[in-house]
Design a protein around this ligand. Structure first.
Ligand code: RP5
Length: 161
C-alpha cells in the first residue's frame, strides 16, 4: 500500500506556489499526499508510469495542475481509472484561459474534473478531493462540516468600520 491517498502533480516547479494551496487543504484535513513535478510534455514516460501505478499502491485521487497547453490532467486520466481533478494555472500569456480550455475540453470517455484558474481552484481541488474521500470516511465528513461552519462564522463575524 502507498502511504499517499492523493497525488498532487504539476507540470513545472514554477507551479508550486499555486499547487501548495491544495496541499495546505489536504494537510489541514489529515489526508496524505505525494507532491511531484511531472510534465505531460517534458517527462511523458515518467508521467504515464506514475499515473499507471498510483492505484495499485493504494492511491485514490489525482490533482494535476498545469499552465499553457496544460495536458497533464488529461494525460494522467488517460493512464488511470482514478478520479482526476485538473487545476488550470495562469502561467501563460493568456492568464490561464488557455489552460482552462485545455483542462476541461477532454474528449468523451476520458474525464477530468475542472476547477477554477489559479490558487482558488487549487484550494477547491483539495476540498473536492476531501469530499470524495469523505464518502467512505465519517471522520472526514465531520471535519468538512466543521470547516463549513468555520467559514460561515468568519463571514458572519466580519465587521466593516
Ligand atoms: C506548463 O508550462 C507548466 O505547468 C507551467 O505552468 C508552464 C510554464 O512552465 P515553466 O516554463 O515555468 O517550466 O507546462
Amino acid at each position: 500500500m502507498s502511504q499517499f491517498q492523493v497525488a498532487i502533480l504539476m507540470g513545472s516547479d514554477s507551479d508550486v506556489p499555486v499547487m501548495q494551496e491544495a496541499a495546505t487543504v489536504l494537510k489541514e484535513f489529515g489526508v496524505s499526499y505525494d507532491m511531484r513535478v511531472l510534465s505531460a510534455h517534458r517527462t511523458p514516460k515518467e508521467t504515464a508510469e506514475y499515473a499507471e501505478n498510483f492505484r495499485s499502491k493504494g492511491g485514490k485521487i489525482f490533482i494535476c495542475g498545469a499552465g499553457v497547453s496544460a495536458a497533464l490532467a488529461g494525460v494522467v486520466s488517460a493512464h488511470t481509472t482514478l478520479p482526476v481533478i485538473g487545476v488550470p494555472i495562469d502561467s501563460g500569456p493568456l492568464q490561464g484561459f488557455d489552460a482552462l480550455l485545455s483542462t476541461v475540453q477532454m474528449p468523451p470517455g476520458v474525464p477530468v474534473a475542472g476547477v477554477a484558474i489559479g490558487k482558488g481552484g487549487s484550494k477547491n481541488a483539495g476540498l473536492l478531493a476531501v469530499r470524495i474521500l469523505s464518502l467512505a470516511d465519517e471522520a472526514l465528513t465531520k471535519k468538512l462540516e466543521d470547516f463549513r461552519e468555520k467559514q460561515r462564522q468568519k463571514i458572519l463575524n466580519t465587521k466593516i468600520s
